[in-house]
Write a protein that binds this ligand. Structure first.
Ligand code: SF4
Length: 385
């Protein structure tokens, strides 16, 4: 199999290709959206696709559960994956926001591995367990068509960051074959702008998390103290690419004032008899954590001050404590989680309501919320479908 190689070009290399647009202080002037191909550059032997900046040799075959534990390792990257795409599940998914799942479901493709790997991960079986099958970009494109034929409203790429070059190839292959559904990029938010630039023009809807404004939580729970600044920059780039939300409706104003639609019941993508589906835009998710009200409100404040109602915000209430669920975690995962007793319980009703009250106090309208109890192991899908 031809190994897809990727390494970001140096600033100097890029500047040379773009006519020397390198400023005196070493910043690269990206200017207008750039041609994408040049970002799919060569050398998987030194991966710097995401802010982990490992420099890992992605030509090596991934072995389940083998990771570097920090930056700079040349063995396996923090994501634990080789450059060959692996997927754990591809199926219609009804539990996304109503504008994403619609009536028929979102065509989700869950990728194996993760570059953030939070200690409370709800999908640890794929982010750390190493489940998954290898696919070529051509086979991934075939998967998009299969999901479309099952009725998917869109293709939802879940935890895709560490496979972006191959995913770009797959999207191009699909588009060349006439594929017309929107592509949704569903990410932890821990993204580098350079990698996001590779997706410019290929992704229609960005669905990033914004997990932490609190650096301490970002360090403790995700080993990423730079997460707040990284996520801010990443979301800015996403918004630059896709801009204001475009929701398919004869009357988009129907969505105004329709906040508090439940995500968990997926009951109402059909408002006043009209199907509402997002075709373009940014939906930022925040999973409320136990003892996380202050952090959640800080995230909401930042997004509101920066974007107003130009994006959607989705406040999630589905945190599921896995610490005491038999078989949910591998021993080393339990060990990582053990010191954080607050994460061994659910988010309380009071905690979640305080976050929603904050949205109401701010007068927000472009917000999705979840019903009281959206948590539980039954909300975690089975893998390898
Ligand atoms: S994609 Fe994986 S190997 Fe590459 S920098 Fe990120 S975590 Fe490291």
């Amino acid at each position: 199999m031809l190994m897809k190689q990727f390494r970001h070009k140096t600033l100097e290399e890029r500047a040379a290709e773009y006519g020397g647009k390198l400023s005196a202080d070493g910043e690269f002037d990206y200017g207008e959206p750039v041609g994408r191909e040049i970002w799919c550059c060569v050398d998987a032997s030194e991966c710097r696709l995401c802010p982990r900046n490992c420099g890992a040799d992605r030509r090596k075959k991934a072995e389940p559960g083998i990771f570097s534990r920090g930056h700079g390792s040349n063995a396996y990257g923090f994501c634990g994956e080789s450059s060959t795409i692996r997927i754990s599940r591809a199926a219609l998914h009804m539990w996304e926001e109503p504008v994403v799942s619609g009536t028929c479901g979102s065509g989700t493709v869950f990728f194996t591995g993760c570059n953030l790997r939070c200690i409370f991960c709800q999908n640890a079986a794929i982010s750390e367990g190493g489940n998954g099958r290898e696919v070529t970009p051509e086979e991934l494109a075939d998967t998009f068509f299969s999901l479309r034929d099952q009725g998917a409203h869109n293709i939802n790429l879940v935890t895709p960051t560490h496979f972006v070059p191959g995913i770009c190839d797959a999207i191009r292959i699909a588009k060349d074959r006439g594929f017309a559904l929107p592509f949704v990029y569903n990410t932890s938010g821990y993204e580098s702008v350079e990698t996001l630039r590779m997706l410019d023009g290929l992704i229609d809807v960005y669905l990033p998390d914004f997990k932490y404004m609190d650096e301490k939580k970002a360090r403790n729970y995700s080993n990423a103290p730079d997460y707040p600044e990284v996520a801010k920059t990443a979301i800015a780039e996403m918004f630059r690419q896709v801009g204001m939300p475009l929701v398919e409706s004869q009357n988009p104003d129907h969505y105004k004032g329709e906040i508090m639609k439940t995500v968990t019941e997926n009951e109402n993508p059909d408002i006043n008899g009209e199907l509402h589906l997002i075709k373009r835009g940014v939906i930022v998710r925040h999973l409320v954590l136990p003892l996380g009200v202050k952090n959640a409100c800080a995230v909401i404040d930042y997004l509101t001050e920066t974007y107003g109602d130009s994006i959607y915000i989705s406040i999630m209430n589905q945190y599921t404590p896995l610490y005491d669920v038999p078989g949910a975690l591998r021993p080393e995962q339990r060990k990582r989680l053990e010191p954080y007793a607050e994460l061994h319980r659910k988010v309380t009703k009071r905690e979640y309501e305080r976050v929603i009250d904050h949205c109401l106090e701010l007068g927000l309208t472009n917000v999705f919320v979840q019903e009281d109890d959206a948590s539980g192991a039954n909300f975690i899908p089975a893998w390898d479908e």
